[in-house]
Design a protein around this ligand. Structure first.
Ligand SMILES: [Zn+2]
Length: 401
């Protein structure tokens, strides 16, 4: 694919110093904001229902992936689905399709350029079609008439075809069309002969994504978990993503992880994953997909991100922020649990960020395998409450740093 010419966004310098944040900027919040609960400690023995043997899944390193065809025809299971009510409304984004086009034929990329040099700052929504908060945040920024005071600001709606299929009556059904858009970002997969709706979109956008100096990818979760920032793999850009997240002051939980066996995420691409390169990418999991508070977290994080990168004046962002800065904690994920079968069940009502005191505590069953905590005080990170297929990440185990 032809490389996008990034010359016009070169010559920028990094923002100096942090932005001081205070509580409420006087704007009404979009919805109720989840309380700042700490990681919940489970009572000893509260979930032990099986005679267990330890099931240790291998580390899901990005390099473990291949260019397998999409799993469109693979059977999926629905018995874990979250029954959370849909409180958010999906904004109509059709008006953004041809707004400020940067490249003929590529829709839903809003490119705003300042006459002053500066970084290319990119906020992406709708990597997953049923994660509404990102679309709400971009729609909010546009309604606030956002303009970068330096550099280039790109607001990208990613999997618009999956979003077009959004149906609040079946909210789990449109995460993607053919395959997960956030597992196709290795060059091997992008350059393969495979075809899918998601791959076509990723191939159209990848050079543009690669030109970003700062990337914020807005997501939400199936389980009603506190917001967390996915900072990527520690040795693959994770530390600089943690540093950026600390400068933002939200959310409370910052996670470095091991990637996904099913494929490379966008935040793991090229310069984002190079600890010596200047580009930084973070992925926000803003809360449960359809809760009102999730949209507020996505908006506040976007405003802080834009102020930190020097894209907007700090005062402009602060006056619109609602959520206070919080004390942040880092979780190091040590391993991911991947579904081996469709017969995967949770042994407790896990929402994520529970701390299990005892090593060897069974937390899930996968066919005849028991999934047990590998060490004491193990943090359960992002248990899936969505439709799933074998090979998909179901849970991560982590340590508090
Ligand atoms: Zn997502």
């Amino acid at each position: 694919m032809e490389a996008w010419d990034a010359g016009e966004v070169s010559g920028w310098s990094r923002p100096v110093g942090g932005v001081q944040w205070e509580a409420s900027g006087g704007r009404r919040p979009v919805g109720a904001v989840r309380g700042e609960a700490s990681g919940r400690h489970l009572k000893k023995g509260s979930t032990v229902t099986l005679h267990h043997h330890t099931s240790r899944t291998p580390l899901n390193r990005p390099e473990a992936m291949d260019s397998r065809p999409p799993s469109e025809a693979a059977p999926t299971a629905e018995h874990l689905l979250s029954q959370a009510a849909v409180e958010l409304e999906a904004p109509d984004i059709r008006g953004y399709r041809k707004l400020h086009p940067f490249w003929p034929g590529i829709d839903y990329v809003i490119r705003l350029q300042s006459p002053r040099p500066g970084p290319h700052v990119l906020i992406q929504a709708l990597t997953h079609g049923n994660e509404l908060c990102g679309a709400i945040a971009i729609d909010y920024l546009m309604r606030e008439s956002i303009r970068p005071e330096r550099g280039v600001l790109s607001l990208v709606f990613a999997n618009v075809e999956a979003y077009r299929r959004w149906d609040p009556e079946h909210p789990h059904s449109n995460r993607y069309c053919d395959e997960d858009y956030n597992r196709v970002w290795s060059d091997d997969v992008l350059n393969s002969t495979r075809d899918s709706i998601e791959l076509r979109r990723a191939r159209a956008l990848c050079a543009y994504i690669d030109s970003a100096d700062f990337l914020l990818d807005l997501h939400s979760m199936s389980a009603p978990c506190e917001p967390l920032m996915v900072c990527g793999v520690r040795e693959g850009g994770g530390l600089k993503a943690v540093e950026l997240s600390r400068a933002l002051g939200l959310p409370r939980w910052l996670m470095m992880d091991t990637g996904h066996a099913a494929g490379l995420r966008m935040i793991e691409r090229r310069a984002f994953a190079d600890p010596h390169a200047g580009a930084v990418a973070v992925l926000l999991e803003a809360g449960q997909h359809w809760e009102m508070s999730t949209a507020q977290v996505a908006i506040d994080l976007s405003l802080r991100f834009l102020a930190h990168t020097g894209t907007v004046p700090p005062r402009w962002a602060q006056s619109r922020c609602v959520l206070p800065t919080t004390h942040q904690q880092v979780i190091q994920v040590t391993e991911a649990v991947t579904a081996q079968s469709l017969d995967f069940v949770w042994l407790g009502e896990y929402q994520g960020l529970e701390i299990v005191p005892d090593q060897g505590t069974p937390v899930a069953r996968d066919g005849d395998l028991s999934i047990c905590t590998p060490y004491p005080d193990c943090v359960l990170v992002m248990p899936t409450r969505a439709r799933f297929a074998p090979g998909q990440t179901m849970l991560r185990f982590g340590r508090l740093l």
